[in-house]
Structure formats: structure tokens, C-alpha cells
Design a protein around this ligand. Structure first.
Ligand code: LMR
Length: 328
């Protein structure tokens, strides 16, 4: 590939990292749904592509398709299993069709912050989860962080009762559905690329997401304000098909996985700061951010935590207590 061009382009224009693949190179198409330059996932994907294209020139070439331009998350895993894309990083909420274990990550108020998430994911328990979908043809390669979720609506949300009766967009996840039902709200599953329009047109009243997604998709422009709840996490699984991975020459596979591990470590260490920057950008752009007193936050915990019991059989008590043990 013309690696120099790909790297140059990504650095100077923040265009999607793109390489013209040469004959004989393994083409790695990476489809995702966020922006490329201000977002934990977008930045990591661009860095991964830049490194693959520079260091594996002649052997492999990565093309990144950001902003849902190729597939939405509800289609990308099917596309991967049919060999149309080789890499994706959907949020952990998008795997319910493949494994119920991942429901752990959608439970509200399990992890106190992204460092606790990181400690769990890098533990033996967390790493074993990468292999949990092999029999469905998917191999998890790495966890990438986004961050903690916040809640927004077309009216102020301070007490859990404020959410009652409102329609909330959720990701494809029964846990998130139960979470909003516990608040007496009406959850609606919807693709990421459709949320801005749905909020703007009043199809839904509110949503939950990280600072980087709320800023990146400009949700704050069509919401009354955002309440800093930190009630759950949004993280990603970098995933590929077992068939594609097994088909790689071992040396190529090792080099690719080493680069991926290094990119993961570098960018995961920055994800908190990237989200804080997005929060600042929201405020600078005139968005309203509300904080909760510890007493107010405790009311949200009391309203939402009963959801844990509903999914205990899917997740397993052992896995949940392992996850909780990584809080400080
Ligand atoms: C969402 O659907 O809200 C997120 O999973 C999007 C993303 O990839 O961050």
C-alpha cells in the first residue's frame, strides 16, 4: 500500500485512514460508526490503520469506514461472518444475539469508573470473555474503552421520576431496555446514526451515551441538558471472524495482533481524557450539563439497580462478583 500517503492523509486532514491496497496485500476492512478525530474509537481505528499500513506494507492494508458509512452496528457482525468486512468494534451492548455474558457490561452501576473497567477487562475473567463467541464464528481481539454514560432528555433529569413516561433511545440490548423500564420510561432500540434525527423530531425524548458520542453526534443541540450520572459504561469489542483470523499466515497474524495490542494500550490510556475534552466542548458550544448531589445519585442507584436480579442467570453471580471486585 501507499503507506506514506495513508499516514499523511490521516495526520493532515483527519480524513479516514485509507490506503490504496496493492495487489497481493491482505485487505482488512474496518467498519465503525463514530467520527475519526475526536472520539476514542475513531482515533484508535485511525492509529491502527496508520500503523498497519506503514509497518505491514506489502503484506496487509487496512481501510477504515467510519461514521456508519458502510454498516450500522446491527448489520456489521453479519457482514463480518459473510466476509464483507474483517474488523469492527461495536459496543459491548451489541452482542446480545451472540452471548448473554456480555450483559454484565450493560448493568447499571457495576463499575465505578473506566479504570475499574480496565482492571476487570485485563483480568483473567475479562480476557476469557474475548473467546466467548468462538462457536458463533466471532473472535474478540481487544476491549477498547469509550467511557461512562450520561443521560439526557428534553427536560431536566435530576430525580429518577423525571424520566418517567419519557421515550429513550437505547442500543440493541435487553438490559438497557429493562433499565429504562425500571424508571417507568419507554425505551426504543435504534441505530446510532438515527438518534439525532429522532431526538430532533421528537420521536424519542432522551438518550444515554458518553460525552464523546453526545458531542460527536451533537445530541446536546436537541436536548434540554445532560445529567452527569455516570450510571453505566460504553465500551467496545474489537472483533473479527474466527475463519478470517485462522486463515492468516501465523507471522502476519502475530504482527497484526501485536500492533493491535499496542494501539489498545496507548489509546485506552487516553479515553478518559478524550471524553473530558468532549464534555468541555459541549459546554463551550452552549450545552447544559447538570451534576447530581450524592443523595440524588443514590436515588438513581436505588431505582435502577434492581435490574441486576433480572439478568443474574444470564451473567452468572461469579462473573458479576469478579467484576465488582475491581472497584477500588
Ligand atoms: C451507540 O450505539 O450509541 C454506540 O454504541 C455507538 C458507538 O459506537 O459508540
Amino acid at each position: 500500500a501507499t503507506a506514506g500517503v495513508a499516514v499523511g492523509l490521516a495526520l493532515t486532514t483527519s480524513a479516514p485512514a485509507w490506503a490504496a491496497c496493492d495487489d497481493g496485500e491482505i485487505v482488512i476492512k474496518f467498519s465503525h460508526v463514530t467520527n475519526t478525530d475526536k472520539h476514542p474509537k475513531g482515533i484508535a481505528a485511525s492509529l491502527l490503520a496508520d500503523r498497519v499500513n506503514a509497518e505491514m506494507d506489502g503484506q496487509a492494508c487496512m481501510e477504515v469506514f467510519p461514521n456508519s458509512t458502510l454498516y450500522n452496528d446491527d448489520k456489521v457482525l453479519e457482514a463480518m461472518l459473510s466476509g464483507d468486512v474483517q474488523l469492527a468494534a461495536p459496543s459491548l451492548s451489541k452482542f446480545e444475539k451472540f452471548t448473554k455474558q456480555f450483559r454484565l457490561f450493560d448493568l447499571p452501576f457495576v463499575f465505578e469508573d473506566i479504570e475499574a473497567v480496565n482492571r476487570f477487562q485485563t483480568s483473567e475473567h475479562g480476557q476469557a470473555m474475548l473467546d466467548s463467541m468462538q462457536r458463533r464464528g466471532l473472535q474478540g481481539l481487544a476491549f477498547w474503552h469509550n467511557g461512562m454514560k450520561q443521560m439526557s432528555a428534553n427536560r431536566p433529569l435530576l430525580a429518577p421520576e423525571d424520566a418517567e413516561g419519557l421515550k429513550f433511545r437505547i442500543q440493541q440490548s435487553d438490559v438497557l431496555q429493562a433499565q429504562f423500564e425500571a424508571l417507568g420510561a419507554n425505551p426504543q432500540k435504534m441505530a446510532f446514526s438515527e438518534v439525532y434525527g429522532a431526538l430532533q423530531q421528537g420521536v424519542v425524548d432522551g438518550q444515554e451515551n458518553t460525552w464523546s458520542n453526545i458531542y460527536g453526534q451533537k445530541f446536546f443541540e436537541v436536548q434540554d441538558g445532560i445529567t452527569e450520572t455516570n450510571h453505566g459504561i460504553l465500551d467496545y469489542l474489537v472483533v473479527t471472524s474466527t475463519e478470517w483470523l485462522d486463515g492468516l499466515d501465523p507471522e502476519v497474524r502475530d504482527q497484526f495482533l501485536t500492533i493491535l495490542d499496542e494501539v489498545t494500550e496507548t489509546r485506552n490510556a487516553e479515553s478518559f481524557a478524550v471524553n473530558q475534552r468532549n464534555k468541555d466542548l459541549i459546554v463551550e458550544a452552549g450545552g447544559v450539563v447538570r451534576t447530581l448531589t450524592p443523595e440524588q445519585r443514590q436515588q438513581w442507584v436505588a431505582a435502577m439497580q434492581p435490574v441486576w436480579d433480572q439478568f443474574m442467570d444470564d451473567i452468572g453471580e461469579d462473573l458479576l462478583s469478579a467484576a465488582l471486585s475491581y472497584n477500588s
